[in-house]
Design a protein around this ligand. Structure first.
Ligand code: SF4
Length: 466
């Protein structure tokens, strides 16, 4: 595989240089080569959609592509594209798909890890604020995670926390040692400076997702006074240094209109953000405010606004993912290692960044052993948790599922301050799930839905014989 990857990189680099000479003319030619090399690994649309984007100036994504080329350091964009396309995309995807069948468990495309629990902010609804500053993954532990995961096919890692940039020195060491991986750090922006922008550009495989909650008022309401301005300052720095960055947005009953408004999208595009990752508020922890959960009408607003703004005719030129409403594109819940899982700063392997229960720790087990633990196996066997992909979650929309998983596996709460039982957590979601179900049904049945590639346990011979 290493030989194959280095050969593809040797071919890929001159191809990217060739694109830079005349993107409009040369990208269509490259797409043809990509399709020929990867065969049927990816759906046909993987090739036809980009072709339309490149050749059709009326397609909103046409603007996105040429703006990205113009605003990004050439060497950085080249490295990111090659690593994403070859190591994480082609080689990683084929390896982990084989391993899922062979090893009969979930193998993730992405792993999230918390380098530290430390954070200099105290945002409403964020568990990190409760955890304190005493818990960290060592550099060697992060190395172990990356090395073992790469052997399984995983080449994409995200840093969560805590504020990951508290550990920026170790992060830069790790990413420099693993040039065949892509890294993304979720950050509150306050530790981004000129030097860090230059360092991440030099490493060539890191992007930042800056947390923001809409307007100055809605951001500072949740994240603290003055934080909105510091996010804008960080965006300006990253743009000046020609780095790739995006935003991370948690939508709640208080900010759902602000974070889906035209003004917010325009501000992000103007500031240089290339992607926006949307997350539904989750009522985690003993002091979670359930009033921040959205009503069915508020969630429908988010669903429709984000999809409208993706329109290639009159949308907004920024790549968006709405993790709670986009389940149809990935086959529902992606946790438990199906596409990703989370390792907290104590080394506990958790199915999801929002599900703070574990029965395995990377200080005692290998990554593969964690993926084969009873807790992760329950995810593997239970997915999808609902055939309506607008109700993907075993906690938020199907709380009975998480109660069952925790009961049969005996997984323990990993809340570092105040353990929360599955019953305490799920009881905060029961009413939400009940209210959302009819609205989700109505929206889901509106049209024919996308059918992604899946490797559900329920489709295996073993499950059919059970
Ligand atoms: S457990 Fe819930 S929040 Fe986590 S990936 Fe699955 S659906 Fe999403």
């Amino acid at each position: 595989m290493k030989f194959k990857a280095s050969t593809l990189h040797k071919i890929g680099r001159p191809l990217v240089n060739y694109v830079y000479k005349n993107p409009k003319k040369n990208i269509p030619k490259i797409l043809k080569v990509g399709k020929a090399v990867t065969g049927n690994l990816f759906p046909e649309a993987t090739w036809t959609m980009p072709l339309d984007v490149i050749t059709n100036p009326n397609n909103i994504w046409n603007e996105f592509v040429y703006r990205t080329i113009e605003q990004t350091d050439r060497e950085l964009l080249t490295n990111l594209l090659l690593t994403f396309g070859i190591d994480a995309g082609y080689i990683g995807t084929s390896t982990l798909r084989e391993n899922r069948d062979k090893l009969k468990c979930n193998i993730p495309w992405i792993i999230l890890m918390d380098p530290t629990s430390a954070c200099n902010l105290k945002c409403k609804g964020c568990w990190a604020a409760e955890y304190g500053h005493h818990s960290n993954l060592s550099l060697d532990e992060m190395r172990k995670i990356v090395t073992e995961a790469k052997a399984l096919g995983t080449h994409f890692f995200m840093f969560t926390g805590g504020e990951p940039l508290v550990r920026k020195k170790d992060i830069l060491t790790l990413i420099s040692e693993n040039k065949d991986c892509i890294f993304l750090a979720f950050t509150n922006s306050t530790l981004v400076d000129d030097q860090f922008c230059e360092d991440m550009k030099k490493a060539g495989n890191l992007t930042l997702a800056l947390s923001i909650e809409g307007t100055e008022e809605t951001t500072d309401f949740r994240r603290g006074e003055g934080v909105y301005k510091r996010v804008l300052d960080a965006m300006a720095l990253l743009k000046k240094h020609k780095c790739i960055f995006g935003t991370s947005i948690c939508y709640t009953s208080k900010n759902y209109e602000a974070v889906t408004s035209d003004e917010f999208y325009d501000m992000e595009i103007e500031a240089g953000a290339k992607y926006a990752l949307y997350f539904h508020y989750m009522p985690i922890g003993s002091d979670a405010d359930t009033d921040l959960l959205l009503t069915p009408e508020q969630r429908e607003h988010v669903y429709r606004e984000i999809r409208n703004k993706r329109s290639h005719k009159n949308g907004k030129a920024i790549f968006t993912m709405d993790f709670q409403n986009d389940g149809e594109f990935v086959g529902g819940c992606i946790a438990g290692g199906r596409n990703y899982f989370h390792i907290n700063s104590e080394g506990d392997a958790e199915p999801c960044v929002f599900i703070h229960y574990s029965d395995s720790n990377i200080r005692e087990k290998s990554i593969l052993e964690c993926l084969r633990s009873p807790l992760f196996k329950q995810y593997y066997k239970g997915q999808p948790f609902n055939d309506n992909m607008l109700r993907p979650c075993p906690m938020l929309e199907n709380p009975q599922a998480l109660r069952h998983i925790i009961e049969v596996t005996g997984a323990k709460s990993t809340n570092l301050n105040c353990p929360e039982s599955a019953e305490q957590l799920c009881s905060k979601c029961d009413r939400y799930a009940k209210n959302w179900a009819p609205k989700a049904k109505e929206i889901w049945e509106e049209k024919e839905r996308f059918k992604p590639f899946t490797q559900y346990y329920r489709d295996t011979d073993e499950a059919k014989n059970e």
